[in-house]
Design a protein. Structure first.
Length: 435
């Protein structure tokens, strides 16, 4: 594998993949029959009577087999020898969540074993838990699946992505059905469904000769830390999240144009100022009196750490001590608090997830407004990638989204992509792809 292809490697499982053709449906049907045979054989070997699946279990069984086979088929056809990874932690898969896809159940590990025993999958088993950075189980097309792909002449277009999984993931513990039906959750879901429908049909191309990039993997979801969808909520899921920033600039093509990155400058602090109904400093929010000797990125790390801190900070963030020397973490954080007195209720009070919810609401709204305006916008945390010719319009939309959500004024800056575009134009190259 070349160095340039390392960033793509194995991909997270895509719960939304389904068959799109009769030949793919026939392939999935055969895999489902083999998986059911393996289930019966396992029951017989354990001394139990092999019975047919009850109707309540039939749908999750078939959905799981279809999802697994479609994912491994797609990755096999894309080439590169990559697979898909997922957690087979039964505690996670079996949680009572009304927003889960049908295939995500505590029986999924059994489906993987059944398909593996029949040669449909090659499985690289990982640890049970996906927490604390532990690696997860990796699935690839087995010998049987590879033979059937060749026999049925299956192509990558025979697998598509449909909105089967809810675009909102709520990680609460009480599983209160009323929370899932609240106006807040309903609004977030409707907004994400609209965004995903528009992204599925958007003109997004990849201009690199390297394979391993699945352009159909473009639906997004928001992951919240509570059922009411008021904590966290950052978007993820699109193929562009898995690649480096430079790869996005070099190889992404949005509506025939190179992209630029537009970023909300100091968004967390500006949200806090807006919520406190106070104007932020006119200069850069990271320009702190007394910390002029430190690099902006180091000051930014300190401020962002204080947003997430639950108690007064005594140490400097990791890797920043040389930039602030001879200051201590306590002294440097005191300078930040003194400069940003108006938003002290949001610093070192453990309210980072609240601010992240507003940040995510803003970028979600900006993405939707951009798509409704007729141009592609790809969100990455607090930034948007848009076609170069739409830069000014996108900046206006991003400021509007900020004001709609928080009532304040945003600072939007171009943080990447412009140099490459200007370089092409000055060299007489083609800014736009040939139609």
């Amino acid at each position: 594998m070349t160095e340039a292809r390392k960033p793509f490697n194995d991909k997270p499982i895509n719960w939304n993949r389904v068959p799109a053709s009769d030949r793919m449906r026939c392939l999935v049907s055969e895999a489902t029959k083999d998986a059911d045979d393996a289930r019966r054989e396992r029951s017989t070997q354990s001394g139990k009577q092999a019975r047919a699946l009850r109707p309540a279990f039939r749908d999750p069984f078939e959905a799981a087999v279809s999802m697994l086979v479609c994912n491994c088929t797609q990755e096999y056809l894309l080439g590169g020898g990559f697979g898909v990874y997922l957690s087979l932690d039964v505690a996670l898969l079996g949680r009572q969540d009304l927003l889960k896809p049908l295939a995500e159940s505590s029986g999924l590990p059994k489906r993987v074993k059944e398909l593996e025993s029949k040669g449909w999958l090659n499985v690289e088993w990982g640890r049970r838990s996906a927490s604390q950075g532990r690696r997860q189980t990796v699935l690839r097309a087995g010998e049987m699946l590879q033979r059937r792909i060749a026999l049925w002449s299956v192509e990558d277009t025979d697998v598509v992505e449909r909105l089967l999984r809810s675009p909102v993931i709520a990680q609460g513990r009480s599983h209160d059905a009323a929370s899932f039906n609240s106006p807040r959750v309903t609004h977030v879901q409707a907004e994400m469904v609209d965004i995903n429908k528009r992204l599925i049909n958007a003109d997004i191309r990849w201009t690199s000769p390297l394979d391993g990039v699945d352009l159909s993997q473009r639906t997004l979801h928001r992951s919240f830390r509570d059922e009411a969808c008021t904590l966290g909520g950052r978007m993820a899921g699109g193929f562009w999240f898995q690649m480096s920033k430079q790869s996005r600039f070099d190889y992404l093509c949005l509506q025939g144009e190179r992209p630029v990155e537009l970023d909300y400058s100091g968004i967390m602090l500006r949200i806090a100022y807006a919520l406190e109904k106070t104007a932020p400093p006119r200069s850069d929010v990271y320009a702190i009196p007394g910390l002029e000797a430190a690099q902006r990125d180091d000051v930014k790390k300190l401020v962002n750490a204080m947003i997430w801190d639950e108690k007064p900070r005594t140490r400097l963030p990791r890797g920043t001590a040389p930039a602030f020397r001879p200051m201590t973490g306590r002294f440097a954080s005191a300078l930040v608090l003194d400069h940003h007195q108006a938003v002290q209720p949001w610093l070192q009070c453990g309210r980072g997830l609240e601010l992240q919810r507003y940040e995510s609401d803003i970028i979600s709204r900006a993405t939707r407004l951009a798509l409704e305006s007729g141009f592609v916008a790809l969100p990455v945390h607090d930034a948007l990638y848009v076609p170069y010719s739409k830069t000014k319009l996108a900046e206006e939309i991003m400021r509007t989204a900020f004001k709609d959500i928080c009532g304040g004024e945003a600072m939007v800056v171009m943080t990447g992509g412009a140099e490459a575009v200007r370089g092409e134009m000055s060299a007489g190259g083609d800014l736009f792809e040939d139609a």
